[in-house]
Write a protein that binds this ligand. Structure first.
Ligand code: SF4
Ligand code: SF4
Ligand code: FES
Length: 319
């Protein structure tokens, strides 16, 4: 075994001072270490106060997710040697969760959102026998529809690097939506598909920005972004009066009429509830405070909007 020298640059968080800071640790260690073993080495030999979560060391328990060189991953699954760039490996906590100490993050908020989607099978009495001696059969081709999604270990790597969450902390999150997909596809589930979809519509399937970061982050090869697209298709098939379809129609109509997105009226139209009205009210207050005249709250058509509309119509015909 060969020894190599490099710098482990770790983002730490001190809750007593509410302060985040980077700290460099110079190490000379075997070239076979995983990132988790590197952290254990630093804790054992250099700084016992370094704090991180880990348990199984086998990519099973999901405790050691963190950001390694700007990419969410399981520390016990990644070889440190492969991540050294210019003599440095950069390690930081998952980005969209609040740090508790160093690399340990608070998972409560993400689990609360997880509970909202009812992440469990509600047995359908028509399919699931109430006699426990009788098997509830699922054919291989039926199981194949959600087999991959059952591999989720709730590590939160996908959640920790989700771009939608960086802009909107209310967004449900990738693993929550993948779990919802898993139960929508399970024929033994007794909740109506519409009920399952209703649980993930608001701050959910329509708010994903399809950045695909969750695909890159998942250590189990699950693709939450694709499951979300599938849930959108299912939602649309159930009925047109959905947040996403209302939003898409209004978005297209105002872009066609003015060349711009009507951000002032969009939340009210899409959400179609008190929350949408509240968002509009708050925006109105803010605009008035800034002295913006009422006729400028919504967008005005661009000059020569007719040319743009002709282009859109031509494009539509070609589709
Ligand atoms: S694709 Fe959607 S769910 Fe996945 S990381 Fe991006 S915004 Fe989040
Ligand atoms: S979907 Fe993948 S990355 Fe996300 S929590 Fe599950 S196992 Fe972890
Ligand atoms: S320690 Fe269990 S997944 Fe890494």
């Amino acid at each position: 075994m060969e020894k190599i020298k490099y710098t482990a640059r770790i983002k730490r968080y001190n809750p007593d001072e509410n302060k985040s800071y980077w700290q460099d640790f110079e190490v000379e260690v075997e070239d076979t270490l995983t990132v988790l073993e590197l952290l254990m080495h630093i804790k054992d030999k250099i700084d016992p106060t370094l704090t991180f979560r880990a348990f199984c060391r086998s990519a099973i328990c999901g405790s050691c997710a963190m950001i390694i060189n700007n990419r969410a991953a399981l520390a016990c699954k990644v070889q440190a040697k492969e991540k050294i760039k210019n003599g440095v490996i950069k390690i930081e906590p998952l980005k969209t969760l609040k740090p508790i100490r160093d690399l340990v993050v608070d998972q409560e908020e993400a689990f609360d959102k997880f509970k909202q989607i009812k992440p469990y099978l509600v047995p359908d009495p028509k399919v699931v026998p109430d006699n426990t001696k009788v098997e509830s059969l699922v054919l291989p081709e039926e199981f194949a529809k959600y087999d991959k999604q059952t591999d989720c270990i709730l590590c939160m790597a996908c959640y920790g690097q989700c771009n939608a969450l960086e802009g909107d902390e209310k967004y449900l999150g990738p693993f929550q939506l993948t779990k919802a997909f898993r139960f929508v596809m399970d024929k033994r589930d007794g909740l109506e598909i519409e009920e399952r979809i209703n649980l993930v519509e608001k701050s959910g399937i329509w708010d994903c920005v399809q950045c695909q970061m969750c695909l890159a982050a998942c250590p189990k090869g699950i693709k939450p972004a694709e499951d979300i697209l599938e849930l959108r298709r299912i939602a649309k098939d159930i009925g047109e009066d959905k947040i996403g379809t209302r939003r898409a129609k209004f978005w297209f109509a105002t872009v066609f009429e003015t060349g711009q997105i009507d951000k002032f009226n969009l939340p009210e139209i899409a959400l179609n509830d008190e929350e949408g009205e509240k968002i509009k009210e708050n925006m109105e207050k803010e605009f008035r405070k800034r002295g913006i005249p009422e006729e400028e709250f919504g967008p005005k058509p661009f000059e020569k909007i007719e040319d743009y509309q002709k282009f859109i119509k031509k494009f539509e015909k070609e589709l």
